[in-house]
Design a protein around this ligand. Structure first.
Ligand SMILES: [Zn+2]
Length: 58
């Protein structure tokens, strides 16, 4: 058994996920959430860049 440092739950195994370029160990649930958040962060950054580009052209 291992303890997930993100949610403090005891899980059978931890998985390693890269967050902000650092490998972190967490349970599968937190790993899924971390991956989703990373994707959302990337997507919202692209949206902001598009908006700024749009404003810049006007
Ligand atoms: Zn967890």
């Amino acid at each position: 058994m291992a303890t997930c440092k993100v949610c403090d739950d005891e899980v059978d195994s931890l998985v390693s996920v890269k967050v902000d370029g650092k490998a972190k160990k967490m349970c599968e649930d937190c790993a899924d959430r971390a991956r989703e958040q990373a994707e959302v962060a990337e997507a919202s950054e692209a949206v902001v860049q598009n908006m700024m580009g749009f404003k810049g052209r006007r």
